[in-house]
Design a protein around this ligand. Sequence first.
Ligand code: BGC
Length: 955
Amino acid sequence: MILDWNKYNELARQAVAEGIVLLKNDNEVLPLQKDSKIAVFGRIQSHYYKSGTGSGGMVNVSKVTGILDALLECPDVEVNQKLLDVYQQWEKTHPFNEGIGWGNEPWSQEEMPLPEDIVSAVSSETDTALVIIGRTAGEEQDNQDLPGAYQLSDAEKDMFANVREYFKNMVVVLNVGSIIDMSFVDTYQPDAVLYTWQGGMIGGLGLADVLTGKVSPSGKLTDTIARSIEDYPSSGFFGGLERNDYAEDIYVGYRYFETAAKDKVQFPFGFGLSYTNFTIRTGMFEKTEESFVKLQVSVQNTGSAAGKEVVQIYAQAPQGALGKPARSLVAFQKTLVLEPGEIQHLNFSLTKDTFASYDDSGVTGNKSCYVLEAGIYEIFAGNSVTNLDKSGEFAIDEIIITERLSEAMAPVRDFKRMKASLLADGSYAIKWEDTPLCTEAETVHRDRNLPEEIVCTGDKGYKLIDVKNEKISLEEFVGQLSDDDLACMIRGEGMGSPKAAPGTASAFGGVSEHLKAAGIPCGCCADGPSGIRLDCGTKAFSLPNGTLLACTFNTELVEELFAMTGLEMAKNEVDTLLGPGMNIHRHPLNGRNFEYFSEDPLLTGKMAAAQLRGMQKAGVTGTIKHFCGNNQETRRHDIDSVISERALREIYLKGFEIAVKEGKATSIMTTYGSVNGTWTAGRYDLNTRILRQEWGFRGIVMTDWWANISEYGASPDKMNFAAMARSQNDIYMVCPDGSVNSAGDNTLEALKAGTLTRGELQRNAANICRFLLDTHALLRMNGQDTKVSVINYTETAEDFGQQDVTYYPVDDGAEISLEDVDTSKGSSYVFALDTRRQGGYYVEITGKSDLGELAQIPVTVFLQSTPVGVFTWNGTDGKWVTQTKRILLHSKFSTIRLYFAESGVQLGKIKFIFDINIKDIENIDEYMKGEGLMLFSLGHVLGSPCDPAESTQKA
Ligand code: BGC
């Protein structure tokens, strides 16, 4: 297998260019004329946000080509040097603030105050100003409706005002993960505005292609931009600390705005300008029996530049008894590049279920069914949700049931949900109705459907490869496993387990010697979704973020790009990427929106399916996450998302359903939190009934890392692996050591007590083995894997080669020599720790420097790729000096990186001395205060299992 790095770069660059959304382009200020002179404002020009923060953005890269880099490289534009010098001078005293610890990077960086005389002087040299605004957010850190976050800061407002006053042409470039407050468009009237998102390591190049007109923009908004954040119907609930009522129900995003608040929309869903014009016309419209609705839409380029257009098809279903949104996206396609005058015909074939709604109350007389209520169904085609022409309509005389299901995951708490009601004048009024509640505990479903136990044969000498070679059945193989083996199988091991590729999130499957002897390999997962996260420092390709990719509306391109990622994974021995992230953009402030695709479930599902198909071409896959309802980061471990069954099925589960049915997903991650009172890691209805029985899923379900588990009606308990296994959430992520019960899980205890059956555990093992049967890991174990060779590196070969890390056992306070470490400016040293006891440690570093007393030589410590603190050295007169701080090692395996920002220090050794077991730390924030090197927020650390046998032991 060959991975062509040039092709990878080209595809990513094309994706960036196609995902950029042009919202405004007065007087055709864009594209820039050849040899244009431009003045670039905004300090983020030299600190491109390649992605958001947290696990979804931690890809080590050799080089990021940001906006300024790309413009300086571009022969068609000339960047004003005078202004650039001013920024570079200012940067020296105002370095970029990365924040310390997990989820602590600020949403934005301090902006340089702009002296008016400089703006005026620069404006005499060029007419065109590019103003760049940067924002980030991510895991554990929702965005906030504050200046410098969702809103512009005062310094940014001043910059806008100043630039507007002096420059004829003002182009605003938004390097952001999710949408921000756009009221500045009215206030400062920029000529052009582009959402360029976070484009990964080559993001600047894709933007330069659009600015210079090499590529005409064709990206479309995947979210509605409302005039005010208060206008989003979820605003009153988002960020709740205990519960989050999804009171807007199915009226999410444009489904709400088009129905009940058209006037509140600043930029509609699906909108995005081009450098050319298109005429979209429906040719043929047909209702047939087998394919239901067929239509052909022609797109003609009626402008003067070449470009692509996205055709979007929406339906308006009759209100019936259920109530329907005024518009629902039912299909989309992107054209090829059309030259001026050129026409392309696009064919759409829409099945019956495309138009169905779910009746969760029985109001149509068909409770728990997907139905098409009687009435007229209208179909529209166009290039945004508000720019549509009617393509045709069809009538349904009598209600049609497309799927008969049964109640699953319905809410247990009372709440009122939104329902739109059509008025005589064609407008809609918002009403509120009682949400139907759960009528049957899901534990009953489990009890009624216990799997049969496979006869235990003991070891008959068969290996897993014998199942692949069809010598024996999967059942026969699983029959050989002992209870102990079965208990080990459901323990994922990590992070940074040495049983899988170095620096990855987890090893699972063959985690014990006995399982390995049975020929079960360890599968490997790595974050995801914006490239491969390898904490040992191995470089990887950092991809454009999820929102950007969805804005391309180009599933073929996304599939091709992820075929490259698949090869890269195979090369790095990663079997499943922890992504795509596919939660719905329910609210603009969700910190992880950058990882996710859209407010629309169809687009979300299609994008995820495309990524999966791409990765599958290389024999690997992705883990679709977070299943389901993970729509805020605030208190994500504890929050109860209260969602009607209808909204779950039509909005929050729909994308996952598409990814399973069309994308053939074989790996899923549940969430940290609870949906309707039960934590998803133990939800039988979710992980068994909906996922497997309804959708036909045959793969593995894993928890999120150190997640809570609960069962219907019970409190959450991380050690309740039995509840997890019963629900068919097959793997707990992650345990310090999968081969022993070091975390204190209750699997074997429950098996003995009869509250968990052997048949259930065997079913988990079969799911895991079935997954592993299709992995490179199995082939590798049997000496049958094909290697991936990488061609056309532009970086050095070591950058992308897998790096070996040495694991040091440190419980006994052993020292690690740093004497031969290269401490010159810009270098790093990576090693890993194997700690039997998880908890607080003292870390001592001994070093010396011959520089003067005032010298400052910072050595940054990264734990699992997150900067946790700095040891700063001054001159020591050549004497060895030891500095001590505290560090929290909450995982058995930890990857540590020491980064040397300046030359001048020589290190002797580093030592880790055990202080306190994690369970004995009453208040982690307090414990880590002062000399502590901070990694995780409280919620995350408390999630870490540790050895109860050690819990009383103190250093
Ligand atoms: C995140 C997951 C991620 C996992 C492993 C969790 O904190 O929620 O999305 O895949 O960590 O890094």
